[in-house]
Write a protein that binds this ligand. Structure first.
Ligand SMILES: Nc1ncnc2c1ncn2[C@@H]1O[C@H](COP(=O)(O)OP(=O)(O)O)[C@@H](O)[C@H]1O
Ligand SMILES: [Mg+2]
Length: 253
């Protein structure tokens, strides 16, 4: 599971995270919402140690991430992955090379094995015959899916998504939402999804947390969260035509 305690992060005099506490149970998908500039991206980067927090504790799978050296992060966080808001594909590598880069650099799998895993991951996200293409030849939605393939190719157990549907057309967006859920079921992963997209929030979440003034103001199961009296929830209700249940994914079991 993921356990975050008293996480603080400032940039100069700007205090962004002011004591974040959050738990995500194994196999659960938590969606983090909050106003633009409220610190959602900073939070994700702090959790993964990409932008180390000033103080506080981040436990992922029983591992205290804030105490890991750069080298340890690479080896010990191999079950953890993040989908960045910008696709962050390497422009000079083909899509196949992009998706396979982690396996090539951090595992001893053969070229043939990697080729097959890359092909499977791309197929998983609905991309066929793009291995030899360059990122510049792909549309925004295809790039996002290729980034998703790069994330799932090594089957991480902890997944972090920063605004996975931002900038995509609604149809591509809903395809990404569906993929997030499929990947979740496939990998039985534990995930945090940061988004301001009501559709994504309602569809992928088991729980929703709201960040405000550098703290987690609420964290509730999706249905319960939608009953809270707060401008963000009001907005979500308005956007969904007060029919949010219709936008929640049907959960089996
Ligand atoms: N590297 C940085 N240096 C200085 N300020 C930053 C940095 N990264 C983020 N911030 C500031 O932190 C605040 C939260 O940013 P961010 O986490 O990106 O918001 P959002 O919730 O929209 O993702 C903003 O005021 C932003 O300007
Ligand atoms: Mg952000």
């Amino acid at each position: 599971m993921i356990k975050i305690r008293n996480l603080f992060k400032s940039f100069g005099s700007l205090q962004v995270l002011k004591g974040i506490n959050l738990d995500v149970a194994a196999g659960e998908t938590l969606v983090l919402v909050g106003a633009s500039g409220s610190g959602k991206s900073v939070f994700l980067r702090s959790v993964l140690g990409l932008s180390p927090p000033d103080s506080g504790s981040v436990m992922i799978d029983g591992l205290e991430v804030t105490k890991l050296s750069e080298k340890e992060k690479l080896s010990k966080l191999s079950n953890t992955g993040m989908l960045f808001q910008a696709s962050a594909l390497f422009d000079s590598l083909t899509i196949g090379e992009n998706v396979g880069i982690y396996l090539k650099e951090h595992t001893d799998k053969s070229e043939e094995e990697i080729k097959e895993l890359v092909h499977d991951a791309l197929k998983r996200v609905g991309l066929n015959d793009v291995e030899d293409k360059m990122p510049s030849e792909l549309s925004g939605g295809m790039k996002k899916r290729a980034s998703l393939a790069r994330l799932i190719v090594y089957r991480p157990q902890y997944l972090f998504y920063d605004e996975p549907t931002t900038g995509l057309d609604p149809m591509t967006g809903s395809m990404i939402n569906e993929l997030i859920v499929q990947i979740q079921n496939d990998l039985k992963a534990t995930s945090i999804v940061v988004t301001h997209d009501p559709t994504t929030t309602l569809y992928v979440s088991d729980k929703i947390a709201l960040i405000e003034n550098g703290q987690i103001l609420y964290v509730e199961e999706t249905d319960k969260f939608m009953q809270i009296s707060h401008p963000t929830v009001d907005f979500f209700n308005k956007i969904t035509g007060h029919d949010y249940k219709n936008m929640m994914r049907k959960k089996n079991g």
